[in-house]
Design a binder for this molecule. Structure first.
Ligand SMILES: [Zn+2]
Length: 313
């Protein structure tokens, strides 16, 4: 039987003779259970040797890669229509082909798994599966565990909404930590800069807000006197030390949800405690310098004013 070319595959629908291709000493080829229908006309082989029989028409209408490939004139004696080695592992291949033919796929176990299939979907230019996987990228677990990788993938595919969501979740990270330099270095500068800008803006704005005499009159006003006796000028060294500690914490974690206190059983910071315990130096006054509740409320109000996503259109 003459070996069909790609152009004849589309009309003649031959059944690929894979045993012949692999040679008489090779193990018998194994078809994937979900991709073994005998009326399908095209066979893909994975790196592990698994065969996937699928309609070439399906590949052609769902994949830009196969659309181009099937539209090219095939050289005489081409073996490509018998079985196509795609040099891909079974894992991404099976999942992508399932999406291509409309079969359900299991929940993603890891962002790494998702990234592997995304890479193949991009290579094969399959908009349908890409749109399905796009939704998975902002799964809460992925955003929580790997916000920077989510951001990197979202910007790679130019998925702006997902990039914005992921950028917010990167605010738990200190991007100047060397452990992130590899992933940041692999991203294009047009994607890294908005993220660095967001982190920088939060730090700068927070510093301005925290230094505001309107928001923190007792700590930031010059020559501020004790509220009760009106005599003693406040010694604000404790407040300044607390602010420095908060600036450092915003470098470490720009989300700003850990400032000063107070989640669960975590005790107040020493710098914060020193502030709340600071008293007027006048013996018969000893009023507290700062209102703890009001000051913490104001700090949280400042954090809520900070930008929380990258600034892109
Ligand atoms: Zn006083």
């Amino acid at each position: 039987m003459a070996t069909p070319t790609l152009s004849t595959v589309r009309t003649v629908v031959p059944i690929p003779n894979v045993i012949h291709i692999r040679g008489s000493n090779a193990p018998a080829p194994v078809y994937h259970a979900l991709f073994s229908l005998s009326d399908a006309d095209f066979v893909i082989r994975s790196l592990q040797g698994t065969l996937y029989r699928i309609h070439s028409y399906t590949l052609r209408i769902t994949s830009g890669f196969f659309e181009s490939m099937f539209s090219l004139p095939q050289p005489k004696n081409s073996l490509i229509s018998d079985v196509l080695d795609v040099y891909e592992d079974d894992f991404p291949l099976e999942l992508l082909l399932k999406m291509i033919i409309g079969l359900p796929i299991p929940r993603w176990k890891s962002l790494c798994d998702l990234a592997r299939v995304l890479a193949l979907a991009e290579k094969w230019d399959t908009p349908g599966p890409l749109s399905i996987m796009r939704n998975a990228l902002t799964a809460p677990q992925f955003l929580h565990d790997h916000p920077l990788s989510c951001y990197s993938l979202a910007t790679h595919f130019d998925w702006k909404e997902e990039a914005k969501i992921a950028s917010t979740h990167t605010l738990t990270l200190n991007l100047s930590d060397p452990s992130y330099s590899l992933i940041l270095g692999e991203m294009s500068s047009k994607d890294v800069l908005p993220l660095l800008d967001l982190h920088q803006k939060r730090r700068n704005m927070f510093r301005e807000l925290l230094d505001s005499p309107e928001r923190f009159a007792a700590g930031n006003s010059s020559a501020y006197h004790c509220n009760r006796c009106g005599v003693t000028e406040l010694d604000n060294s404790m407040w300044r030390a607390f602010k420095r500690a908060m600036f450092l914490e915003m470098e470490r974690r720009p989300l700003g949800d850990t400032l000063g206190v107070m989640e669960g059983s975590t005790p107040d910071w020493p710098e914060a405690l020193a502030c709340w315990e600071a008293k007027c130096a006048k013996d018969d006054c000893r009023a507290l310098n700062y209102d703890r509740i009001a000051t913490l409320r104001q700090i949280r109000a400042c954090v809520s004013l900070l930008p929380s996503t990258i600034d892109i259109q």
